[in-house]
Design a protein around this ligand. Structure first.
Ligand SMILES: Cc1cc2nc3c(=O)[nH]c(=O)nc-3n(C[C@H](O)[C@H](O)[C@H](O)COP(=O)(O)OP(=O)(O)OC[C@H]3O[C@@H](n4cnc5c(N)ncnc54)[C@H](O)[C@@H]3O)c2cc1C
Length: 403
């Protein structure tokens, strides 16, 4: 069959699914394309959920594509439709309403779901999670001035909600299991900076502690202390949504394992975005990359390979976070090498560069977005660098690219 005429079904109408559908048409795919999402909303930008949506009172969610664009692209968008079954032999997916859709090629962009805290879920203190638009709209109603909010987890989502909650006049306590904030990034300098930033805005920060039990007045921690709270928000990581992949017999223990083309080991079945487990050169291991840029760009590359255009996706991971008026960006694997700090951590404007075997494997910019453009190119290029040059504050980073 002409691959350009293949029937393509995409399950998961988030960033990855939406961008893949658009990219299929851009690559000249002429066959039917169906995009199926269980949420009632058309695909929208998820990063706004812990930022603009929580901060602003008006809700005008930013969509990935406008309504009209789906019909212009001739993509059949099914919202409020959950795919509950997938059959490799018959090459069909089954919807919760009993309908079946046949495919020649299938793309799984089912993303992740939040990791829950069962020990707190049924306790007397309300515990919220933040993953989808409806979560964000509901949480916004609850962030009222004077309310005491306990944020469980000092990762990106927890810290962004902390900044939004403080902006809305709440009293915030951040509870983090590790010794410092955003410890998964592996940068002491960033951890110190964030601690100072959040404390200076009025957040209480409790590290090295785990919420053990809730009462109607707050949370008991495992170090014996008590955090008074009216509401808790847990941001303790996510898990890949792999039930369909399991039904299809795909390798999906830690995410759906894909080659650099986005292909799984099953003929005509692909995966992209947060749910895909791919090889990361900067981390030197298989991993899921849970960020917006990967969801978009890996999905676009996968769409191209679904139309038989040879593509290999190998971009270093990159994400940003906005907290108060600070902008933090991370590329590659900052924990993967020796960290060199340029700028002034105390003044809140600095860059870290991580070097392993003479190559830049990761970096962070804090309020220095222009340097991130250079860092991303340095990580992607694998160019040999000299530590002495990186340590020289007088040397402009971009000179290293030209060298
Ligand atoms: C609050 C928040 C803030 C974020 N902020 C940033 C940021 O600042 N910077 C950044 O780089 N990244 C950020 N991210 C991460 C980024 O948004 C994600 O990496 C990206 O949205 C992943 O896209 P995806 O399409 O792979 O998965 P998702 O966006 O999770 O989409 C998957 C979709 O598939 C649907 N689905 C799953 N199973 C089925 C099924 N069986 N049938 C039908 N539909 C199904 C889900 O309901 C979901 O809508 C943030 C994420 C969150 C939650």
């Amino acid at each position: 069959m002409d691959p350009q005429q293949a029937r393509i079904v995409i399950v998961g109408a988030g960033q990855a699914g939406a961008r893949a559908a658009e990219a299929l048409r851009a690559a000249g795919h002429r066959g039917p394309v169906s995009l199926i999402g269980e949420e009632e909303h058309p695909p929208y930008e998820r990063p706004q959920l812990s930022k603009a949506i929580l901060i602003d009172r008006v809700s005008n969610p930013v969509l990935v594509l406008q309504h009209q664009q789906w019909s212009d692209l001739d993509v059949a968008l099914h919202t409020s439709s959950r795919v509950v079954a997938a059959d490799l032999q018959r090459r069909v997916v089954g919807l919760a309403n009993g309908e079946e859709l046949a495919f020649d090629r299938l793309l799984l962009t089912t993303g992740t779901r939040v990791r829950r805290l069962p020990e707190l879920d049924n306790g007397p203190l309300p515990v919220r999670y933040l993953r989808c638009m409806n979560d964000a709209l509901a949480l916004r109603q609850e962030l009222q001035p004077g309310r005491r909010i306990a944020l469980i987890g000092g990762g990106v989502v927890g810290l962004e909600v902390a900044s939004a909650a403080i902006g809305r006049g709440c009293q915030v306590t951040i509870i983090e299991k590790a010794k410092g904030l955003l410890s998964q990034i592996g940068s002491g300098s960033l951890g110190q900076y964030l601690h100072r930033l959040h404390a200076s805005k009025g957040a209480k920060i409790v590290c090295d502690a785990v919420a053990k039990r809730s009462t109607s007045r707050g949370l008991e921690l495992d170090d014996g202390s008590f955090v008074p709270a009216d509401l808790a928000l847990a941001g303790v990581g996510v898990e890949p949504v792999t039930e369909l992949a399991q039904q299809l017999g795909l390798d999906s223990q830690h995410g759906i394992r894909v080659a650099s083309s986005g292909a799984t080991h099953a003929d005509g079945i692909f995966a992209a975005g947060d749910v895909a487990e791919q090889w990361s050169r900067s981390h030197d291991r298989w991993m899921r990359i849970e960020n917006w840029a990967n969801a978009q760009n890996q999905a676009i590359a996968t769409a191209k390979s679904m139309t038989n255009l040879a593509t290999a996706y190998d971009a270093p991971s990159w994400f940003w976070s906005d907290q108060y008026d600070a902008n933090i960006q991370v590329v590659g694997n900052p924990a993967g090498g020796e960290e060199i700090v340029r700028g002034d951590v105390g003044a809140g404007r600095f860059v870290t560069i991580s070097v392993r075997d003479g190559e830049v494997v990761g970096g962070i910019t804090v309020n220095s977005a222009r340097d991130m453009a250079v860092l991303r190119r340095l990580v992607a290029s694998c160019k040999p660098v000299r530590k002495s040059e990186l340590e020289n504050p007088a040397l402009e980073l971009k000179r290293l690219l030209a060298a």
